[in-house]
Design a protein around this ligand. Sequence first.
Ligand code: NAP
Length: 245
Amino acid sequence: MTYQLRDLKDTVVAITGATSGIGKAAAEQLVELGAKVALGARDGDRLNGVVEQLGADNAVAVPMDVRSVEDNQKLIDAAVSKFGKLDSIVPNAGIGMYGSILDHTDDELRRMMHTNYDGTVWTVRAGVPAMLKTTGAGDIVIVSSVAGFRGGGDEAVYAGTKFAQVGLAGSLDRELREKGIRVTAVCPAGVGTEFAVGAGRVDNDPRFAEWLVADDVAYAIVTVLQQPRSVRTTVWQMWSMGQQS
Ligand SMILES: NC(=O)c1ccc[n+]([C@@H]2O[C@H](COP(=O)([O-])OP(=O)(O)OC[C@H]3O[C@@H](n4cnc5c(N)ncnc54)[C@H](OP(=O)(O)O)[C@@H]3O)[C@@H](O)[C@H]2O)c1
């Protein structure tokens, strides 16, 4: 039997956190397969650089903060207005801080909770009506973490936001499956991106050599989207061979 993966040519995908790391790698892989991408992040200059790299016919940049309801709507509206429809959303933007809950400022904790969890909710709220209206189906691929299953001693609040995303994804799957929307939580272990610098690790830390790379996770996102519409992936946990589960 030949397993027929979905052709992603002309699929329209909105991605948050697309200036670097996993979000940028996902945008690159999707465009290589002929998809169109609407890209959100705060740093407009950097975002424009990514669009320039991918080609203005394939990508649109929307400077936005995922903590803002209105900004999420702007991202979704830009996808539909530039490409005529919306097939999928990838709520990926996230920040992490390592250390004791007692050592962070109130503002740092608030920023992490609002970016990682609220931001995901707002992207979903804006994206679902647009997917249903323009394609009558859709995909939501939330980038959570293995920290969303087992926590971590030096990242309690971060892990809490990642548990929340996994819970949201599972609940949305129950709510949206009947409408033709598939919901997945992609949950990587450590990935050697800008995000991972901290807790004694520095840029180009040799320990990153053992870790996943952004393209590994981007490939998981793409593979989830490529599954035939008769199949859905609810959770994809992933580690490199060098990482202890
Ligand atoms: N790296 C890891 O070890 C690891 C492991 C498991 C899961 N993850 C998850 O993977 C996701 C992506 O992380 P990454 O590793 O690719 O990190 P990254 O390279 O630091 O990318 C994070 C992206 O999020 C954007 N962002 C941050 N705050 C934002 C906000 N308020 N509004 C809009 N965009 C915002 C950043 O762009 P701007 O600064 O321009 O806004 C950037 O594009 C995160 O959700 C993270 O929790 C990462």
